[in-house]
Design a protein around this ligand. Structure first.
Ligand code: SF4
Length: 393
């Protein structure tokens, strides 16, 4: 049933495309992504054929709309050779309009880049890379179960630079077992020395259903140590010319253009995204029908490839008003700029009065401040982000 109160205000936001590659060389003990350790050969051709069929099945939901960013994530997409990535991207372009300026990111893991040079991936259509460095300490990389050593990160970065791929992110973790503040800073300095355009600096957390959750590694820093690490790393990032625009995301400003991840910004602004591939999720606004839907695809690669009903979908639901409110704030509150008020009615179809009480409460508790066009998270709100987000539950 269309939600009559949403029809008047809801409009289709920018559209992104996420493509999931579900295989890794082996499973890291902290990882809760939909990634599966390789057993035998990857069925490249079958999987690309399935991805493109999956996209075709989704197209009726987004007729006439253009894709503004593509993110090929995983898993380990760099297990796919450049020729397979080229076939995938040209197959996408043949099926849906992709903006000429679209950011097209591929995740790559050091130690899995023996297939092709970055030049070949650039020629395939990739224009941004995200490298899963995680740490420059060989001891920590071993604890994290990563397949690479620090010299392979440096080799990958050298490969990016010699290919002229200046727009790349490094994923780096902090809060590692036994990690001191000075070690965390040394790790971060090593990442900065690689001159990435972007750093995702995030805390190691024990996610349910991971090996680490069942058996946490010894020596994890406590909350005070974590706060010290985070604060000192923030100072280092700022002094190196990076600006934080989201909880974990830092973009270098001392270069031409906008180095923020356009794809992730669209998630955080509660934009729309198609999701193709095993376990991929999508969020699509159907403005003409006054509703927003979420979809998930078959999670296991075998079930996905088998696809008994031709839709690849294992779950689909319309978001209720309470979901729209929570998800909108959950995402936009992650942004340093804060919540853009005008986005609320446009992206949820709901009037601002719907959340006036919760906003008032958050302001009275000193967690939010009114900056006119934006509601910004205060320093206190930033320190208690979970509490702030929970107000909108
Ligand atoms: S490489 Fe990344 S996606 Fe694969 S298991 Fe490790 S953390 Fe998960």
């Amino acid at each position: 049933m269309p939600q009559s109160q949403t029809q008047a205000q809801l409009s289709n936001p920018p559209l992104s495309l996420y493509i999931h590659i579900p295989w890794c060389v082996r499973k890291c003990p902290y990882c809760d992504f939909n990634s599966h350790a390789l057993k035998g050969e990857i069925p490249f051709s079958r999987y690309i054929e399935a991805l493109l069929k999956d996209l075709e099945a989704d197209l009726p939901q987004v007729w006439g709309r253009q894709v503004h960013s593509i993110f090929i994530g995983g898993g380990t997409p760099s297990l796919f050779p450049a020729a397979a990535i080229a076939e995938l991207i040209s197959g996408v372009r043949a099926r849906i309009s992709v903006s000429p300026a679209a950011e097209i990111t591929m995740e790559a893991n050091p130690g899995t880049l023996e297939h092709d040079s970055f030049t070949a991936y650039l020629e395939a259509g990739i224009n941004r890379f995200s490298l899963g460095a995680q740490s420059f300490s060989d001891r920590q990389l071993k604890t994290l179960g990563r397949i690479h050593a620090s010299d392979e990160i440096l080799q990958a970065v050298a490969g990016l630079k010699s290919a002229g791929a200046e727009n790349f992110n490094l994923d780096l973790m902090f809060g590692l077992p036994g990690q001191t503040q000075s070690q965390a800073l040394a790790d971060l300095q090593a990442a900065i020395d690689c001159s990435p355009s972007h750093i995702s600096h995030y805390q190691l957390t024990m996610e349910p259903n991971t090996l680490f959750a069942h058996k946490p590694p010894p020596g994890l820093p406590d909350n005070d140590q974590l706060a010290d690490i985070q604060d000192s790393c923030a100072v280092l990032l700022q002094s190196a010319g990076f600006v934080q625009y989201e909880v974990s995301a830092w973009a270098r400003t001392a270069r031409q253009g906008d180095n923020r991840s356009q794809h992730n910004l669209n998630y955080w602004r509660f934009g729309d995204y198609l999701g193709v591939g095993a376990g991929a999720h999508a969020k699509i606004t159907l403005a003409a029908e006054g509703r927003v839907v979420r979809m998930a695809k078959h999670r296991h690669p075998d079930a996905y490839l088998e696809d008994r009903d031709g839709t690849f979908i294992c779950e689909q639901r319309q978001l209720e008003n309470k979901d729209l409110v929570f998800e909108f704030f959950l995402n936009q509150l992650r942004l340093k700029a804060g919540v853009r008020k005008a986005d609320f009615p446009a992206r949820t179809g709901l009037p601002w009065q719907q959340v006036a009480g919760q906003v008032k409460q958050a302001m009275e508790e000193g967690l939010l401040t009114d900056q006119g066009e934006y509601l910004s998270t205060s320093n206190r709100g930033w320190q208690h982000l979970n509490t702030l987000q929970a107000i909108f539950l």
